[in-house]
Design a protein around this ligand. Structure first.
Ligand code: SF4
Length: 398
């Protein structure tokens, strides 16, 4: 069984913190050519495993496409692959970019999980992030989605935002809980280089030079929350969501029973996935590779009428060594609250986990950061709180 990811890079405008491969696009011509290229890539990619367990259409903002365009992509996938009976098909959807009619059509063409990028329910925080929507747009989108038939909805949230108080973050959590989604992803804002926030809050000088004084003055009055507040926000997330009946199944992801994201679990458990579209990263039979990220080159290569040469369409083709795979098994698998199987490690690599990680395991167990329960190794509550530090211990070149 394999999973598929489809990358749609188009947005309405660029958010100030965003370093995803996305850009503003209002040209139907470019969108159609991109979809032609995507369909050709799907048709011409050589695959062995054709049974698909999950599809994730992400971006960017996939809902800047109309449902017919998304339907073309799904039709092509159905032509080439066999979809499992229990398939999960997720579409990322940003408030302010869809309508009741579009959501009805998206549901009819087979999308059965919607992931809505709310980020915050406070309009001034959304504005500070450079998002195009207001909270009311999210409320409308959510209601329209329910009316259209969607019974599996994720809401994306962010904390540690410019000027954000603990009280405001609590309001956002409470507002989300009231809407009663099936799943919530909650991440802290990360200040990335080459973004406007990288200039304002980081030390990316190349960005600062391009910013006008008005912007710099505005954000001076919107400091990022300090470390203690950020930590309190982190604890509050679990407290409010657990109270509301969600269970935490991954460090930053919460679900109602039966609604864990199947697609993301494939990433966290080392499963195979093929990704289509610019910059998309695939992992098949121990080899990782990325698609080229230039949109015009991607379109030209895939729309030329025959299968392009590999070096024109892929970059960073990396066969993972056993060491890479062991690190991933530990580093990524431990993000899941259910933990990882100790005997599974032996079955996969032919060597006992304690022979590779004995000293690290001993140290982390004695510090109370990981727990061993029969065949399962998992993070303790304290280990989850400092997960970044704990997980780095499993990198073998440390
Ligand atoms: S909507 Fe998402 S992908 Fe698009 S610019 Fe904003 S954060 Fe980036």
């Amino acid at each position: 069984m394999i999973s598929l990811y489809i990358h749609i890079p188009f947005c309405i405008r660029k958010c100030l913190y965003c370093d995803f491969l996305s850009f503003p696009c209002s040209s139907d011509g470019l969108k159609n050519k991109y979809i032609d290229a995507l369909c050709n890539e799907i048709e011409l990619t050589e695959v062995e495993d054709r049974l698909v367990g999950s599809i994730f259409i992400g971006g960017g903002t996939p809902t800047t496409l109309d449902p017919d365009q998304i339907g073309r992509i799904l039709d092509k996938i159905r032509e080439k692959f066999t979809l499992s009976i229990a398939i999960e098909i997720t579409l990322e959807c940003n408030p302010g970019t869809t309508s009741p009619e579009n959501l009805i059509q998206l549901y009819r063409i087979g999308i059965n999980r919607l992931s809505i990028g709310l980020q915050s329910s406070i309009d001034s925080e959304l504005e500070a992030l450079g998002r195009i929507h207001k909270y009311s747009d999210f409320v409308n989108t959510f209601k329209w989605a329910r009316e259209a038939g969607f019974e599996n909805i994720n809401v994306d949230l962010m904390s540690a935002l410019p000027g954000q108080s603990l009280e405001n973050y609590k309001n956002t959590l409470t507002n989300v809980v009231k809407m009663n989604p099936e799943h919530v992803s909650a991440y802290s804002l990360i200040v990335e280089e080459n973004t406007v926030f990288g200039g304002i809050y980081g030390d990316d000088k190349s960005v600062i030079e391009k910013l006008d004084d008005g912007i710099l003055a505005k954000y001076k009055n919107l400091p990022l929350p300090d470390e203690d507040t950020e930590r309190e926000m982190y604890y509050l997330t679990e407290e409010v969501l657990t109270e509301a009946g969600f269970h935490r199944y991954e460090i930053s992801n919460y679900a109602k029973d039966g609604y864990e994201c199947k697609h993301n679990k494939v990433y966290w458990t080392g499963g195979d996935y093929i990704s289509f579209g610019i910059g998309a990263s695939s992992y098949v039979k121990g080899v990782r590779y990325n698609n080229i990220s230039n949109v015009n080159a991607y379109i030209n290569e895939w729309n030329q009428g025959s299968r392009p040469r590999k070096d024109n369409i892929y970059c960073d083709i990396t066969p993972l060594s056993d060491q890479d795979m062991m690190e991933e098994y530990m580093f990524v698998g431990l993000r899941l609250m259910e933990g990882i199987s100790i005997s599974g490690f032996y079955d996969k690599f032919g060597v006992a986990m304690r022979d590779v990680y004995g000293h690290v395991l001993e140290k982390l167990v004695s510090e109370g950061l990981i727990i061993v329960e029969e065949d399962i190794l998992k993070l303790s509550k304290r280990g989850i709180d400092v997960s970044n530090l704990v997980l780095c211990e499993f990198l073998l070149d440390n």
